[in-house]
Design a protein around this ligand. Structure first.
Ligand code: ASP
Ligand code: MG
Length: 436
């Protein structure tokens, strides 16, 4: 049984929703995971922020604008009164709920409830559409089987034990529709898998039911070998390993939620990235294996802060790095890149929430320097194929650009560079022309 996930743009308008049946084959048993319609989650975030700020009038106004948008959508989506009326009831219910939160004490619990409405709306409206056109389907509430534990980690076994019986209950139905992104946390409250989390949902379901394949349908034909917004002549990558895909997704390739790679990897479920606008295009296939002897792709991640700790005490000392890392651990800040010399260590973070506290504590070890506005450029490929001198080619391609950090050898398939963000375009283009 395959799992197909459609992102916000793929369900972004009534016309798009209707086109999904060009891709979904109702003769095949499958689970369809939908995101919220594009823009909706952002709008819901704003509504939450307005409530949080105590600005109920603003929240009410934003709710009204979004509701009117959905009223327009359902006028276009359905042609029969019966189904239009059902959808109208659904909209009234969800927007009524959003409005009613004005009466509650507003905490993160209410905020998560708000964010969940986008996926609840898109799936319910699509399910009603399928009913109107006579395609049998079952709407499976993700909140019944998608669950995270005390560490906010999704529980695959829970998905298996709670989703499988729900599928078995409908042996005659092929099409199951469910929400991406949303889940219940360990307290049973409504929660989510963080922004872009619908990919993660699809991969988790794929793992939970040991699916034959997970398909992520977006609006680009797979993962590209460089950022198409910056470099021309980028090409989709035919094949990636899970490790390579995770690296690229984490270091900037926006097409895939980075965590979504891991459940599929663990249970060896192939993941295909495909394009709704061009369903015949091959896209990218992510599996356990990778083509040898190739540079696969270049990705860039902005808003990186570099921190250098310079200390003569580091010389010949043991335990120094542990004490440095512990500071970051205390502030739940993850480190992306790290390079060391005998007297200094440099590392990068992207979450600067606790930068002030962190640098203050690090000052106890030595002098601390902070460089903001940097970009990690990540080159992914078979660097173990030494004879090709890929590392040398990478460095040669950027010899005219100052490089703040280089990380090589952490794995066989990655070389990362830290440069000033203002150099990013030049670095991406220069690497592209030298490597591909
Ligand atoms: N709707 C959620 C978001 O915009 C989840 C997703 O689309 O993957 O972040
Ligand atoms: Mg996405």
């Amino acid at each position: 049984m395959k799992v197909l996930k459609f992102g916000g743009t793929s369900v972004g308008s009534p016309a798009r929703m209707k086109k999904l049946l060009d891709i979904i084959n109702p003769q095949e048993r499958q689970i369809v995971v939908l995101s919220a319609m594009s823009g909706t989650t952002n709008n819901l975030v704003e509504i939450g922020q307005a409530y949080l700020a105590g600005d109920k009038a603003k929240a009410a106004n934003l709710i009204q604008i979004l509701k009117e948008k959905y009223e327009g959508i359902i006028k276009e989506l359905y042609s029969k009164d019966e189904f239009y009326e059902q959808a109208k009831g659904v909209i009234d219910h969800h927007f009524g709920l959003l409005s009613s939160l004005a009466n509650d004490l507003f905490t993160t619990i209410e905020d998560k409830i708000i964010l969940a409405q986008g996926e609840l709306l898109s799936t319910t409206l699509y399910h009603i559409y399928l009913k109107e056109i006579g395609v049998p389907s079952v709407l499976l509430p993700a909140l019944d089987f998608m669950k995270t534990d005390e560490d906010s980690e999704p529980v695959v076994d829970y998905i298996t034990s709670h989703l499988t019986p729900r599928l078995d209950k409908h042996p005659e139905v092929n099409l199951f529709i469910t929400q991406g992104f949303i889940c219940r946390n360990s307290f049973g409250e409504i929660d989510n898998l963080r922004r872009g989390g619908s990919d993660y949902t699809a991969s988790l379901i794929g793992a939970g039911i040991r699916s034959e394949e997970v398909q992520i349908w977006t609006d680009i034909d797979g993962m590209h070998n460089n950022d198409p917004r910056i470099v021309s002549n980028t090409k989709p990558i035919a094949q990636l390993s899970f490790d390579e895909a995770a690296e690229l997704a984490y270091f900037g390739a926006k097409i895939l939620h980075p965590q979504s790679v891991f459940p599929a990897q663990k249970y060896k479920i192939p993941v295909r990235l495909l394009n709704t606008m061009d369903p015949q295009a091959a896209g990218t296939l992510i599996t356990n294996t990778s083509e040898k002897d190739k540079i696969k792709s270049i990705a860039a991640k902005d808003d990186i802060t570099a921190i250098k700790i310079h200390s003569s005490r580091m010389l010949l000392a043991h335990g120094f790095l542990r004490r440095v890392f512990e500071v970051f651990e205390r502030y739940r800040t993850s480190i992306d890149m790290i390079t060391t010399s005998e007297v200094a260590v440099s590392l990068t973070i992207d979450d600067t929430t606790y930068l002030g506290e962190i640098t203050k504590e690090l000052a106890a070890f030595g002098t601390v320097e902070v460089d903001v506005n940097h970009t990690i450029i990540c080159v992914v490929g078979d660097f173990a194929a030494e004879k090709n001198g890929y590392a040398a080619r990478v460095l040669d391609a950027i010899k005219h650009v100052p490089v703040r950090m280089i990380s090589y050898g952490g794995s066989d398939h990655n070389l990362s560079l830290l440069v000033k963000t203002e150099e990013k375009t030049e670095v991406l283009r220069s690497l592209h022309s030298r490597l591909f």
